[in-house]
Design a protein around this ligand. Structure first.
Ligand code: GDP
Ligand code: MN
Length: 397
């Protein structure tokens, strides 16, 4: 589950990570009130107006603007709220902005130059360890840094059993070229950041840029946070931060009926039980010359109601040209699934306009094939994986 910048910063602050402070506003009036409050709290007279959408690169798309007085705050907030923000990370249509963060200006002049760093904490599944990735090249597209100057990206592996150790925090601050107050601030920053990552059950905390201010404070200017969905049951305060408007509407609907669904770009819808089989089925579709339109795991109880719900979800994607149902009957009996498919098809009337290929394997597979073949419906049955692949190829050509 992804969060907005302001929510990520809220979590950071709760773990003692210094942040660029800000207040959320939904309209220009609220923006001005927020700016006044910030002045009272921080003394700042300049503000940054930041679009709150689930996409990076907002600065490039015109979603982050500096305001030097309250009139500009009102004007800029009015322009950004309601706009369709197009950034390198959104689709061509962009994302509608519903709210902005009014933040204190932290790039003020002072005794030293400001500098921007990159820092993220994430999980390295291959190694089974957490990683702190960091770079002196902050504020830019980190993918570009990785491509052109990979030697400027450092990684620090962290054993989850010990957590980030003090010597590691010092090494990070040293590699970033810091000394004195900024060095100490950075060790505190990364230590608290790591703690925030672990204790919020996150997959990722990405801070780009981390800023060294002109008076040598280290703070988070941006925050991209993704919380592990599987941990939300024990992180209720973060689960409540979910903003459904930012998510794919089909995925939201699928989640509401308990289906594990991920929208993809292809043309063949798939309905499968079990995540492993779903992955194999997506490979099969590719090998047959198609592209999967989705990942959908219906889970263990593939009864008629569930099958129907899954069909409805898959068919919401207008790109779907065929549906491949691939069910292994282990606990669930294939003949019951087959009956479920036939019933769902009949219930849905003529809303299914694309060919369906059904492969049922396992308990009572032969009986299931009979049910499908004798149903009189436009459903192709297959028993073997290869057969199913050939049928997908056939209906796509
Ligand atoms: P992103 O473009 O979506 O990654 O949004 P960021 O929060 O990273 O902001 C984009 C850029 O805005 C940063 O890299 C900064 O250069 C700039 N910016 C952010 N906060 C301030 C600020 O307080 N003052 C000034 N002058 N620029 C800022
Ligand atoms: Mn950023």
């Amino acid at each position: 589950m992804n969060l907005h910048e302001y929510q990520g910063k809220e979590i950071l602050a709760s773990f003692g990570v210094r942040i660029q402070r800000g207040i959320v506003a939904h309209n220009p009036k609220e923006a001005v009130a927020a700016a006044k409050q910030l002045t009272a709290e921080t003394g700042t007279t300049w503000f940054v107006i930041k679009a709150q959408v689930h996409a990076g690169g907002r600065g490039k798309g015109g979603g982050v603007k500096l305001a030097k007085n309250l009139k500009e705050v009102e004007e800029i907030a009015g322009n950004i709220i309601g706009m369709n923000l197009i950034t390198p990370q959104t689709s061509a249509e962009g994302k509608k902005v519903h709210k902005v963060l009014i933040a204190e200006d932290v790039y003020y002049p002072g005794e030293s130059e400001t500098s921007e760093f990159y820092m993220s904490v994430l999980l390295d599944r291959g190694k089974g360890r957490n990683m702190v990735m960091y770079s002196t090249e902050g504020g830019m597209d980190i993918e570009e840094v990785a491509e052109k100057t990979p030697h400027l990206i450092f990684t620090e592996e962290v054993d989850p059993a010990t957590g980030l150790l003090p010597f590691q925090a010092r090494k990070i601050a040293f590699n970033l070229g810091l000394s004195g107050t900024a060095f100490k601030e950075m060790t505190k920053f990364v230590t608290s950041l790591y703690k925030a990552y672990v204790e919020s059950d996150s997959n990722m905390f990405e801070i780009n840029p981390v800023l060294k201010t002109s008076d040598n404070k280290i703070l988070a200017v941006d925050a991209k946070v993704s919380i592990d969905d599987n941990a939300l049951y024990r992180r209720k305060q973060y689960a409540e931060m979910r903003d459904l408007r930012e998510e794919n509407p089909i995925e939201v609907e699928a989640r509401a009926v308990g289906l594990s669904y991920v929208d993809l770009d292809g043309n063949v819808g798939c309905m499968v039980n079990g995540a492993g089989l779903a992955m194999a089925t997506m490979d099969l579709i590719k090998m047959a010359g198609g592209e999967p339109a989705n990942f959908l795991d219906v889970g263990g109880t593939a009864d008629a109601k569930r099958v129907e719900e899954a069909f409805r979800i898959i068919l919401k994607d207008p790109a779907v040209k065929a549906i491949l149902v691939n069910i292994f009957g282990g606990i669930v009996r294939c003949d019951r699934v087959a009956q479920g498919i036939v019933d769902a098809y009949k219930n849905m009337g003529d809303t299914i306009k694309v060919p369906i290929i059904v492969r049922l394997q396992g308990t009572n597979a032969e009986l299931a094939k009979e049910i499908i073949d004798n149903s009189g419906l436009a459903v192709h049955s297959a028993v073997q994986f290869q057969e199913a692949a050939d049928k997908v190829k056939e209906v796509l050509s």
